[in-house]
Design a protein around this ligand. Structure first.
Ligand SMILES: *Cc1c(COP(=O)(O)O)cnc(C)c1O
Length: 524
């Protein structure tokens, strides 16, 4: 969830017919004014700005050149096959998937270009499930296989488990965001179709214990996926890391997003497998209909070649050296922010980040009166022009609570904004130090009164909307815009209350509320 700065009728009013293209574009430009700034390092999540305008222009031109193509059939449009081949080769080098690049263990590393991280993760899980089923037919007839992953693994794997009928089995993590290898290894078993580890995990940039877990998985014949969607194109140039890629023999697949630290526009990622047979299990093919023979390496059918072309152009233009230099800038920014935070009483960096992200948490070692709440901090920093991403705390099944935090994705462009960001951070911390989190008692009481959260009862659309309004979320847009119950909701300019609520509500109720909030946001 992010915030909007109020929506005006001009931007949100009913879509009306435009008579010429210039007018249509003028309207689109006006709509774009509503968006968070995508360039310049003012938003510390969602966008990955290398700070190189030339790359933007190049991506735009490549996008336009490939616009008319359909990736459904690369034999009709071989340019797509060539670009995808080059992208897979580039990723394979970066992820050390060739012997001369450090690969250990058997099998040739091959893979596919996908539409994004979620698709790469879904396909990694689908491949593992199908292989597990064919290798364990007797067990498969009796039970759903497990998808085992630290609690910090990206929700794309919860989605995969739901869509693919796997049992999602989260391994509790430590309050610093790390997971103990022994905790994961303890839960390996014949019914595990896939164990997922992150390089690094998104919330706090913790690097999972990939060597130890994948070794144990390999001895039991269990597939091990490394989710490097976030860090796949930064970690190869990050200093002082243990091996986490195809140099580790037990790693069977890796996902890496080109639309994150590959600096490509959204819509492109890669999934690499160790061994052709594993890769082929990812495909869908059918001749059982009266139309054209269908062979899809990924989930989509017709698909855009534009993001592929943009990623291809950017990787060619930058080369490994370009990525090395951009990663060096990220590293300087990460160190700069960490040393700034070290000088702010009551605030701390969570755990030991390995890669271009970090999470800010309250320093629990000082008295409450001296602590800086990360969510109040984020809301205050937003008023000073920088947006961090609020992450609710998590109560785990074993009783260990992961703290709520503010996430920062570290991109090269932030280096220029660093002095200003440091001032904002310090100022905001001084403003909120000692303040408690927003109280959510009234909404919790209302929820109980209405009987939600018990026996899995969740509110429907109108009850969810009522609860949100009660929490002060989703009212009319400031200035009497077109928002409100009738068409498009407004989000408050402070996100901390919503996050405090999410954290305290039973998950199914919180999920129903968030669904309602986003659905109303896009409702005509
Ligand atoms: C972003 C991300 C994903 C999902 O990728 P999308 O491109 O948002 O679909 C998966 N895993 C990690 C670690 C990520 O950071």
């Amino acid at each position: 969830m992010s915030r909007t700065d109020g929506t005006s009728r001009a931007a949100h009013g009913a879509a009306s017919h435009c008579t010429d293209s210039a007018e249509v574009l003028a309207r689109l430009r006006a709509l774009r004014e509503l968006d968070a700034p995508t360039h310049g390092g003012r938003i510390l999540s969602y966008v990955y700005d290398p700070g190189l305008p030339e790359l933007d222009r190049l991506a735009g031109q490549a996008t336009e050149l490939a616009r008319p193509l359909n990736g459904l059939d690369p034999t009709a449009f071989p340019s797509i096959a060539v670009m995808e081949r080059d992208l897979v080769a580039f990723a394979r080098r970066a992820l050390r998937g060739e012997r001369r690049h450090g690969m250990r263990g058997g099998g040739r590393v091959v893979g596919s270009v996908t539409s994004g991280g979620t698709e790469s993760c879904l396909l990694a899980a689908k491949t593992a499930r199908d292989l597990w089923r064919s290798e364990n037919p007797r067990l498969a007839a009796r039970r759903r296989p497990r998808l085992l992953a630290p609690a910090t693994a990206h929700p794309a794997f919860q989605k995969a488990a739901r869509v693919l009928d796997l049992e999602w089995d989260p391994v509790p993590c430590e309050p610093d965001g790390s997971v103990r290898a022994s905790e994961v290894i303890r839960r390996l078993g014949h019914d595990v179709a896939l164990v997922v580890l992150s390089a690094p995990a998104y919330p706090s940039s913790a690097l999972d214990p990939i060597a130890a877990v994948s070794r144990a998985a390999a001895t039991q014949g269990i597939a091990c996926h490394v989710d490097a969607c976030f860090g796949g194109f930064a970690l190869p140039w990050w200093p002082d890391l243990p091996d986490w890629d195809f140099r580790v023999p037990g790693v069977t697949s890796i996902s890496a997003d080109l639309h994150k630290f590959g600096y490509a526009p959204k819509g492109v990622s890669v999934l690499l497998h160790r061994g052709r047979a594993r890769h082929r299990a990812q495909f869908f093919a059918t001749t059982r209909w009266p139309g054209y023979p269908v062979v899809n390496p990924t989930l989509l059918g017709s698909r855009s070649a534009s993001p592929v072309a943009a990623a291809w152009a950017i990787t060619r233009r930058l080369g490994a050296e370009g990525y090395r230099d951009l990663t060096a800038a990220c590293l300087r920014v990460a160190r700069g922010i960490a040393s700034e935070v070290a000088g702010i009483p009551g605030l701390a960096v969570q755990g030991r980040p390995s890669g271009p992200g970090l999470a800010l948490v309250a320093d629990e070692s000082v008295p409450a009166a001296d602590r800086v709440d990360p969510h109040l901090l984020a809301d205050e920093v937003a008023r000073l022009g920088f947006r961090m991403q609020l992450q609710p705390g998590l109560q785990q099944a074993n009783g260990v609570r992961l703290p709520h935090s503010a996430h920062l994705t570290i991109t090269p462009v932030i280096e220029r904004a660093l002095p200003e960001f440091s001032v904002a951070l310090r100022r905001a911390a001084d403003t909120v130090r000692g303040r408690p989190r927003p109280s959510v008692g009234a909404v919790l009481a209302a929820m109980r009164l209405l009987g939600y959260g018990e026996d899995g009862r969740v509110p429907g659309p109108s009850a969810a909307w009522t609860l949100l309004r009660l929490a002060g979320i989703g009212g009319r847009a400031p200035g009497g815009g077109a928002a409100g119950a009738e068409g498009g909701s407004a989000l408050p300019d402070r996100v901390a209350p919503l996050m405090a609520l999410i954290e305290r509500l039973p998950a199914p109720v919180a999920e129903a509320l968030l669904t309602e909030l986003l659905a109303r946001f896009g409702e005509p």
